[in-house]
Design a protein around this ligand. Structure first.
Ligand code: SF4
Ligand code: SF4
Length: 166
């Protein structure tokens, strides 16, 4: 059948010579390549014992920030969720009650805040959209897991711990 394009190359099958038929030269060539790579610098590392330094612009796991008085910065305005192209962020807002001024910085706070790391593309748009300096992407790589549920990070997983008080 006539080919549609002219990319087809006809290969001429020549009979093997004596030296080719005993494969000694081919085996020696193969061993030379193995030997060359044996002494050359390895392209791989023994992860996770050894880790490569990340680029300064690397974006990893999200963190929810607190202010200098240890109160949650997030006011559940939803701008990060709106900016997220992967729709990875969901939240539920709640009103701050009297007496909770030491917990939440403003009148509204996120009662629930979730990020689905399986959806996240680590673009950093949520960080840029946040007017309260509440969410940012750290340099931590989300740990691997066999369970999908382990990639849904709740507010408790994301919130930075309170500063230790003496
Ligand atoms: S880094 Fe990008 S994809 Fe991930 S949650 Fe933020 S906005 Fe969404
Ligand atoms: S993290 Fe920032 S942008 Fe997202 S809801 Fe909280 S305050 Fe708004």
């Amino acid at each position: 059948m006539k080919p549609i394009t002219n990319r087809v190359k006809q290969v001429e099958r020549k009979p093997l010579t004596f030296w080719e038929s005993i494969y000694l030269i081919s085996i020696a060539k193969g061993l030379m390549i193995t030997l060359k790579h044996f002494f050359s610098k390895k392209a791989t590392i023994s992860y996770p014992e050894k880790q490569r330094p990340f680029s300064p612009v690397f974006r990893g796991l999200h963190v929810l920030n607190r202010d200098e008085e240890d109160r949650e910065n997030c006011t559940a305005c939803g701008l990060c969720a709106l900016a997220c192209p992967a729709e990875a962020i969901t939240m539920e807002a709640a009103e701050r009650l009297p007496g909770e001024e030491n917990l939440y910085r403003e009148e509204k706070y996120a009662a629930k805040y979730e990020i689905n790391m399986l959806r996240c593309i680590f673009c950093g748009f949520c960080e840029e959209a946040c007017p309260k300096d509440a969410v940012y992407l750290s340099q931590t790589v989300p740990p691997a897991s066999f369970k999908r549920q382990n990639f849904i990070y709740s507010k408790e997983d994301l919130l930075i711990p309170k500063k230790a008080t003496n």
